[in-house]
Design a protein around this ligand. Structure first.
Ligand code: F6R
Length: 370
């Protein structure tokens, strides 16, 4: 049932190109419009939205963080992302023109469900993104977009995460579309890139050998691994750290690279592995320059830098100790590619430490208590 792989997690990492392709299939109609599954909201309801709140937990929360960058850029609607367990207890400002997007693989996470109920009590509209048809969160939502990852067995989320990203991009593009043709060109260009993503994810998966080698070296070397990123690379850094914590039981943290100098840089010792998520050097080169400075800062303090960067990025190759290359992609869609080596890194490092990859200690696949 593991399809020739040693673990479900390995199998699920390899299923990602298919899972993302399945999630996109049939969702873009002949006129290029995005189709949601169950919609108890009109286009006018979507046009009336003046604020978006994304609520989720864990890995799903990281998908939400990426989505904020996309929604604000494509739609110019203010978007906040909050841990479901915090959202509900702080009296957020919600009304009929607020769209709450709830992301939950299982559709049963109690913290997220409670956030949805709170939002509905305040008359906000709720759109959910879930991998489980007919689960509680989608049933209680006004609109649903299902991810089609198939059943995820490993406790650590991989293919569900990538499909959440794909679905979230569709939601962002849907919002952009219903709000007018101003963004039409950009939306159709992004849609083309999104459709090309599964092929690129497959390329990343074919090239994971160097990642595995680095992970084994890190297992021998250290007790802590730091992840840094900027823009959408920041949530990817958080996700890389979460995977490593849950699988390897190692101290791992993700930081916004610009924050290092405000405190965390004191964690760096000779040989501390730092994994840097580097944006494309094309287009937003300012962002690229900034992360190169951050790489220099940590290198000067003895860190061993592993950079996840775009193929052919010679500047990064000149500064980092090791590079993991991913195919070129628009900045906002890059997390579909850059998250994958970090999943493999965590799984391989945890394997080297003798951990139970599919069933880490103290964790459950579906968290139905608050
Ligand atoms: C981490 C992981 C968890 C879940 C979180 C939310 O690998 O799997 O952090 O992402 O418990 O679960 P769902 O998406 O089912 O609400």
């Amino acid at each position: 049932e593991k399809g020739g792989f040693d673990t479900f997690m390995a199998k699920e990492i390899h299923e990602q190109p298919q899972a993302v392709a399945d999630t996109l299939r049939g969702r873009i109609d002949e006129s290029g419009q995005i189709v949601l599954d169950e919609v108890r909201m009109s286009d006018q309801d979507f046009r009336d939205i003046d604020k978006v709140f994304i609520v989720a937990c864990g890995t799903s929360y990281h998908a939400g963080l990426v989505t904020k960058y996309a929604i604000e850029h494509w739609t110019r609607i203010p978007c906040e992302v909050e841990l479901a367990s915090e959202f509900r207890y702080r009296d957020p400002v919600l009304d009929r023109s607020t769209l709450v997007v709830a992301i939950s693989q299982s559709g049963e996470t109690m913290d997220t469900l409670m956030a949805v109920r709170h939002a509905k009590d305040q008359k906000a509209r709720v759109l959910s993104i879930s991998n489980t048809v007919g689960s509680t969160i989608p049933r209680e939502s006004d609109a649903v977009l299902y991810t089609r990852a198939g059943i995820e067995v490993a406790v650590a989320s991989t293919k569900a995460f990538l499909t959440q990203l794909a679905a979230c991009y569709l939601v962002g593009l849907h919002l952009a579309q219903v709000r007018g043709i101003k963004y039409a060109d950009e939306v159709s260009a992004v849609l083309d890139e999104l459709v090309a993503a599964p092929g690129k994810i497959a390329k990343v998966i074919e090239n994971l050998d160097p990642v595995r080698e680095m992970a084994r070296e890190c297992a021998a070397a250290g007790e802590r691994v730091l992840f840094i990123g900027r823009h959408v690379g920041y949530p990817v850094a958080l996700e890389g750290a979460l995977k490593l914590k849950e699988l390897a039981y190692l101290h791992a943290e993700g930081f916004a690279a610009g924050e290092l100098k405000h405190g965390p840089i004191s964690l760096i010792e000779a040989g501390t592995p730092v994994i840097a998520i580097v944006p494309s050097p094309r287009g937003r080169s300012l962002l690229h320059d900034k992360i190169i400075s951050n790489i220099q800062e940590v290198k000067a303090r003895g860190a061993k830098v592993i950079a996840v960067c775009e193929e052919g990025d010679k500047i990064t190759a000149a500064h980092a100790d090791l590079v993991i290359e991913t195919p070129a992609s628009p900045t906002l869609l890059a997390p579909l590619l850059t998250a994958v080596p970090l999943q493999e890194f965590a799984a391989e490092l945890a394997t080297a430490l003798g951990r139970d990859i599919d069933q880490p200690r103290n964790l459950a696949k579906s968290v139905t208590v608050e």
